[in-house]
Design a protein around this ligand. Structure first.
Ligand code: ADP
Length: 464
């Protein structure tokens, strides 16, 4: 049997709250009731004793006789003493229970008023007044006793009422807690089941988002996670398919031409040299692919650390210029460089920036049959812009957004002829973003392509 743990936790908390609130509350209410009751009795008892004392100025028969009916009328015990301390009327209260100090105080003309424990009769409130003659001499005293035992019965009733309503409230609170905890735990249980399914590889599993609160956003977070994992799995599958495809073609070439050479299936020396060149080119391609893959995995796993320092872009471009000169010349392409003066510095890694520019200029050369490549470095607001334009074959507009994807090539066969791996722009984009830069491509098929890189300048003294 599985227990609803949320319910158990919530109900324990609620019960604790009830106990914490109700025990002191009950205690306080008990005290308030008792005090009010005793205060009432005190006032009533004092009033009776005062009235009697005010009325009786002699201890003659009439005054003493009045005490009996007064006791019956008010339901109080009354004792009247003369100055010698002898009781003048009968009462259920034994006159010996009165302390000597009280009697003394009364004889001295002072009143007394306090609670008293009359053993077998229980607790009473006692109010005593001296009886004075018209001349103001103390001639005796009156003591009025009010039982406070009744309060216990009244308080017991209040206590029982309080207890019943508390238990009722507690059960109601537990009922609500059960409903609320069920509402909370049901979607959580559904989410748990869905997450376990996802963990087992059932990535199309989705959780129903049934509320707009934290539980609802947890459900949509689980859905997002499942979607991302699904996407990652598809990308990974595509990646492996691409890598094996990319390796398969050159390896087939290598094996085929190596066999041709081994078996001597060629007629002229020229033919032989051609086959050797193919083997060399395909080996280079594999090497290139492996290097690019290694590079990309380093970037994507966040293992690529940049050696950042203030960089003058024109200096980097001058290095690149030396390196790409030969391949441009081979294809008869003229590269023009145009640098704005005093363009300032960026915070960058020289080696990686060189890699970015090499990649882009090599692409420009690779995808341009005739014409020229134009490299421009200039300042735009607080950015340094490097733009590389060519008059090459261009990229269809619909495909521009895809060219940064790994292994994406516009027309697979066309690109293979040009010797690319389809990883270059992906690496370039990642490296640019590591430099807090952005990359934009605009292109027109048959007219040419422009790649625009933008890097934030170092502000402050460096540029002044
Ligand atoms: P590759 O190694 O195949 O060049 P990239 O990632 O560098 O891979 O480029 C992706 C694709 O974008 C290329 O296969 C090519 O089709 C297209 N491309 C890139 N640069 C240019 C360019 N300057 N002109 C035309 N097409 C380009």
């Amino acid at each position: 049997m599985t227990y609803n743990k949320i319910f158990i936790k919530l109900s324990t908390i609620i019960m604790l709250i009830f106990l914490i609130v109700l025990i002191p509350l009950g205690f306080i209410m008990d005290k308030i009731f008792t005090n009010t009751y005793i205060e009432n009795i005190k006032q009533e008892t004092e009033q009776i004793s005062k009235n009697y004392a005010d009325m009786a100025h002699t201890l003659n028969g009439m005054s003493v006789m009045m005490a009996g009916p007064l006791s019956e009328m008010t339901n109080k015990d009354i004792l009247v003493f003369n100055l010698s301390g002898n009781p003048m009327i009968n009462s259920s209260v034994n006159h010996y229970s009165i302390s000597q100090s009280d009697l003394k105080q009364l004889d001295n003309g002072d009143s007394v008023s306090h609670l008293i424990n009359l053993k077998s009769l229980g607790h009473y409130f006692l109010s005593g007044q001296p009886i004075k003659s018209t001349q103001g001499d103390v001639i005796g005293s009156i003591l009025v006793f009010s039982s406070v035992e009744d309060i216990n019965g009244t308080l017991d009733n209040v206590r029982i009422l309080l207890l019943i309503s508390s238990i009722g409230a507690l059960f109601m609170a537990l009922g609500f807690t059960y409903i609320i905890s069920k509402q909370m735990s049901d979607p959580l249980i559904r989410m748990e089941k869905a997450t376990r399914k996802i963990a087992k590889g059932n990535l199309s599993t989705r959780v129903q988002v049934s509320s707009q609160d934290e539980i609802g956003s947890l459900a949509s977070a689980i859905n997002d996670l499942a979607f991302e994992i699904e996407k990652y799995r598809t990308t990974r599958q595509e990646f492996f398919a691409n890598v094996s495809h990319e390796l398969k073609t050159p390896v087939t070439y290598l094996a085929g031409y190596a066999r041709v050479l081994k078996e001597g299936v060629y007629e002229t020396k020229r033919e032989h040299d051609q086959y050797v060149e193919i083997i060399e080119n395909e080996s280079n391609r594999i090497n290139h692919l492996i290097n690019d893959l290694f590079e990309l995995s380093k970037i994507e796993e966040g293992r690529m650390s940049l050696n950042l320092e203030p960089i003058d872009m024109t200096e980097i471009m001058e290095n690149v210029k030396q390196k790409v000169q030969l391949s441009a010349k081979k294809k008869g392409i003229n590269i023009q460089y145009d640098y704005a003066s005093n363009i300032g510095f960026i915070n960058g890694d020289g080696e990686r920036l060189e890699q970015i520019f090499m990649n882009l200029i090599n692409n420009a050369i690779r995808y341009t049959e005739e014409g020229f490549v134009f490299v421009k470095i200039y300042k735009e607001f607080n950015d340094i812009i490097v733009s590389i334009s060519d008059t090459g074959i261009g990229i269809p507009e619909a495909e521009i957004s895809n060219i940064f994807d790994r292994f994406y090539r516009v027309e697979k066969s066309r690109s293979r002829d040009f010797g690319g791996t389809g990883l270059g722009l992906s690496i370039v984009k990642n490296l640019t973003e590591l430099h807090s830069g952005t990359i934009n491509v605009s292109s027109k098929e048959g007219e040419g392509t422009t790649v625009k890189l933008s890097f934030p300048m170092i502000d402050g003294e460096m540029n002044t």
